[in-house]
Design a protein around this ligand. Structure first.
Ligand code: MG
Length: 196
């Protein structure tokens, strides 16, 4: 592994078994990850997610105070951070309970180094892809909203100022250029003016 080379990926580890926790932390650090913090219960994991804004959380299921699945659900409601579950073999059934949590992988204890690092790499790669997709979809939604605004403003100009479609569009365009503001902003202003 690329020991000592930081990968600039921040990871939080939540595992109540201190030996397993230390093991995981060491494997991650050896592989060059930045382990922001390692904690022993779900509540702490939630707190740390808020303050550390990690790229990934590695979460045990059975932990005191708040179990890993409940903590995962709460964290997923707040952020899009991917969560990798580490658990004993017989706990896989519980994963069903956390379908709406952003769980991207599941590793069974005892954990080997190659198993852990592979799962971490995949989880991080997937999360980069997912956030790119989210950005694209947000941009597409914004584009649709902008077009709707422009269409609405155009329609108002056509009816209230008795312009044809082309003239209404050109009017918006001219306002946009003259005032150095975007078409959608002009459209919003026009709508506000004409619907007073
Ligand atoms: Mg445990």
């Amino acid at each position: 592994m690329s020991g000592g080379v930081t990968k600039f990926k921040k990871i939080i580890v939540a595992e109540d078994d201190s030996i397993v926790r230390l093991d995981i932390v060491e494997m991650l650090k050896d592989a060059g990850y930045d382990v922001a913090s390692a904690v022993g219960n779900g509540e702490k994991a939630i707190e740390l997610n808020e303050t550390e804004k990690p790229d990934l959380i590695i979460m045990d299921i059975k932990m005191p105070k708040l179990n890993g699945l409940k903590a995962s659900k709460i964290i997923s409601q707040r952020h899009n951070v991917p969560i990798l579950i580490v658990s004993a073999f017989n706990q896989s059934e519980y994963i069903e309970q956390a379908k709406d949590a952003n769980i991207v992988g599941y590793i069974i204890k005892p954990i080997s180094e190659s198993q852990l690092l592979t799962a971490v790499e995949i989880a991080l790669a997937q999360s980069v892809k997912m956030s790119a997709l989210r950005q694209e979809s947000n941009a597409a939604k914004e584009e649709v909203e902008n077009r709707k605004l422009i269409e609405k403003a155009k329609g108002l100009l056509m009816t209230k100022m008795e312009l044809d479609e082309e003239a209404a569009y050109q009017k918006l365009r001219k306002l946009s250029m003259n005032h150095h503001i975007s078409m959608e902003k002009v459209a919003a202003k026009v709508i506000k003016q004409l619907t007073k």
